[in-house]
Structures are given as C-alpha cells and as structure tokens.
Design a protein. Sequence first.
Length: 220
Amino acid sequence: MKLLLINSSDKNAFAAIVNETEQTVVYASEFNDAVSIPGKTPDKLIHCLDKLSAKSDIKDIDAIAVTIGPGSFTGIRVGLALAKGIAFGLDKKIIPVDNFALTLNRLQEFTQAKKYCVLLEAKLPEYYFAVYENGVIIENGSETLENLAKTIQKDTIMVGDFDDETQLKHCYFSILNVKDMMNEFAAMTKIAQNAFNSSNLEEAKEIQPLYLKDFNFRKP
C-alpha cells in the first residue's frame, strides 16, 4: 500500500507519500523564504508535489487521500484539482478526508461515547463546527461561539487547533487543544490507511468539496 496525501485546506498544508516502510512529507511552509515562489499556500502546494516526486515515485501509488474541507476555499479547490488530475492521469481512486475528522483523530484518547464539538477557524468571530455524538456528526455549519453556546449541551467537549485561546476564555465548555497532540500528517496517515484497508475509496469524479459557507467574491 502506497498512498499520496494532499492537505491543502488549512494552515498546515503538505503533500506526502506513505507506505509500510516509507514516510516522506513536504510542508508548504518550507517554501516561506523562497522569493521565487508565490506566497500563497495553494501555490506552494504545487512545489510540494514537485519536491515530493523528486524523492519518491508518485506513479506507483495505490490511491490518493485529499482534504475536502471545510477550510480555505482556494486551498480546497487547488488541492482537489491536483488530486483529481493525478487520479485521472494514473487511473487511481481517492480517499476524501474531511477536516473535522482530521482534527478529531488528533486526540490522544478519543472516546466515541463522549460528545464533541470540533471547531475549525473560519473568519473570526465565526468557526466551522461539527457536533459528534457516538462518533457520528449530528450537526455542522458555521457560527459564532456566542451562538454555539446557546444551543450546544454543556457536557460537550470543544476540540480544535487553537493558536490563541483568547476567543474561548469565556466559554463554559471543556476545551481540548490538539495543537500539541498528534500532528495532522500522522492523523491523516491513520485515516487514509484505515480507509484504504477498508476499501473506502471513491472515483475522482464523485469527490466534492465540503463547503459550509457561501463564497464571497471581491471586485478587483
């Protein structure tokens, strides 16, 4: 089993090759100081794939795992376009990975019996959220913490990757910050390998992005 991983929908964008004996990952942040490379993460992802292909042969992969959101609209579109292009070119299937599951799987101890609300940064003060009960999403969307606090039960555990917990300081929920727990690469590897072993793969043409907010187009 040899998998190509593409994560382009958040601040920790990367491309990676993983199998039973090899783990090679290239982060978009590696190109922060390269003047010749555009500054936006989606642009850098192409360079991640170029660098990755120089280290490991992409042509003999068995499947492609790609994040589908929610997250950066541009990042999601670029990541999916790259994944689909490679999938069509190599006649491979895709493993879609939503960012809620990716964040939840970073927990060191995940108990399905507990209630979790996974938070992903949108445009502050709003967050993308997904409420899990018994391991299943029962509600998702985008909302402010103030409004979430009015509807979510108090025994729910808030989970997220927070650089700054200031926004959460008045929240009465229990908070788990996964920032210092399992990294996204390890969590995505686990999800992708489990999905591949369970034959949970989809045709490239069937993969759709997970958007929870409408696009806001700006005039130039």
